[in-house]
Design a protein around this ligand. Structure first.
Ligand code: FES
Length: 90
């Protein structure tokens, strides 16, 4: 299992290795409005562990060009965790 620490909620959620971070829906306060990478509601900043995430897919790249402000941001509904631990904040 991989771990996602949500820094500003003070909690860590376990999800299966290789799964979409959209698995966090309902397990944290982050809103997943579209789940297609087009609304920006699930944008977070990766504090640690970016190396444990797969590179952005095409939908996430387009979303980040629209909603992102720096290279540490990701859209949870589109990005997959490989394994290990990632720390995020929003
Ligand atoms: S839920 Fe809309 S971009 Fe992720």
């Amino acid at each position: 299992m991989a771990e996602v620490e949500i820094k500003n909620e003070g909690k860590t959620v376990e999800i299966p290795d290789g799964s979409l971070l959209g698995e966090l829906e309902g397990k944290c306060a982050i809103l997943f409005a579209c789940k297609t990478g087009s609304c920006g509601s699930c944008k977070v900043r990766v504090v640690e562990g970016m190396e444990n995430l797969e590179p952005p897919n095409e939908a996430e790249k387009i979303g980040l060009e629209t909603f992102g402000t720096d290279s540490k941001e990701r859209l949870l509904c589109q990005c997959k965790i490989k394994k290990g631990k990632v720390t995020i904040e929003y």
